[in-house]
Design a protein around this ligand. Structure first.
Ligand code: NAP
Length: 285
């Protein structure tokens, strides 16, 4: 039976590290850390994410600046705000909550954020830096996954790592981070043939698809570390992952639950990136 990887505990540890360093910077260098969070429209899920990010900022001692814009905001107005925030010295990190309303081009907005303040690490410059291993910010969810794997004591070097999903925000950067830790990485997607066979070879399996209970125990190698990034809302309102937990935990050595696994890590890593941004802007790092 697998050991549970406690994302809440690991994320609390990351936030505690950030809080300690933030207090030290404030006391010793008079430095304040600020995160601007921009939300456009009234999507309930986005609202919950934004509230959670604000709460996390308070918990670690950051200033948070919320910009809640109306659904009818034009792309030009949003770009103007991003430009103002790029120049605002109180703001070390800028986060524009996605998805944006359909009339706004997300790419244009991401590209407008100063790479130095791009704490989501979505800007092409930061994506490129991740490719060559010279990054300032790690993408929050994949970085959170790496911390969770680390918490199991697993050495990634030489391990067969399988990532299911190739999105720009999870799958692709995840594969890159595992590769940088010397894993032998296979990326799977919707056109992959023999998915089950590939999964059965995985010592470390990271699943980021967005399909409830898609990966079942018979696809998992005995003793594998299984990380479930998926967050799917079932008809009964319950949150569930991409991995069928009951059958998977019988095969895995370590497994993340949903909720309480990867989810809490994403916000913790966002806090870490914001602190890094503040230090870099102050010339400390
Ligand atoms: P996405 O952009 O929709 O990408 C999904 C990926 O899964 C695509 O690459 C797709 O392949 C692949 N896929 C879909 N069906 C498949 C199948 N039958 N077999 C193999 N691969 C398949 O999703 P995402 O943004 O990466 O998010 C993935 C999941 O993670 C979602 O549930 C999301 O809610 C969750 N998530 C959680 C967090 C967190 O903080 N916990 C953060 C981000 C995302 P193609 O490229 O071929 O279409």
């Amino acid at each position: 039976m697998a050991q549970l990887i406690d994302g809440k505990a690991v994320s609390a540890a990351v936030k505690a590290e950030v809080a300690e360093e933030t207090a030290k910077l404030r006391d010793e260098k008079g430095l304040k850390v600020g995160l601007a969070v921009v939300i456009v429209g009234s999507d309930p899920a986005s609202r919950v994410y934004v509230n959670n990010k604000k709460k996390a900022c308070e918990a670690v001692g950051f200033q948070s600046y919320e910009y809640a814009l109306d659904e009818s905001t034009t792309q030009e107005q949003l770009l103007d705000l991003v430009n103002v925030l790029n120049r605002d010295d109180r703001v070390n990190g800028i986060l524009v909550q996605l998805p944006l309303p359909k009339h706004i081009d997300e790419k244009a907005v991401i590209n407008a954020i100063s790479p130095d303040k791009d704490v989501d690490a979505f800007h092409p410059i930061n994506v490129g830096k991740i490719m060559i291993g010279e990054y300032s910010f790690l993408p929050c969810t994949p970085a959170g996954v790496m911390r969770l794997i680390e918490s199991t004591g697993t050495d990634i070097t030489g391990k067969q790592c399988v990532v299911i999903g190739r999105s720009n925000i999870v799958g692709k950067p995840q594969a890159m981070l595992l590769l940088q830790k010397n894993g032998t990485v296979t990326i799977c997607h919707s056109k992959t043939k023999n998915l089950k066979e590939i999964c059965l070879g995985a010592d470390i399996l990271v699943v980021a698809i967005g399909r409830a209970n898609f990966v079942t125990g018979d696809m998992i190698k005995e003793g594998a570390v299984v990380i479930d990034v998926g967050m799917n809302r079932l008809e009964n309102g319950k949150l569930c992952g991409d991995v069928e937990f009951e059958s998977a935990e019988k095969k895995a050595s370590f497994i993340t639950p949903v909720p309480g696994g990867v989810g809490p890590m994403t916000i913790a890593m966002l806090m870490k990136n914001t602190l890094t941004a503040a230090k870099q802007q102050a010339g400390i790092e």
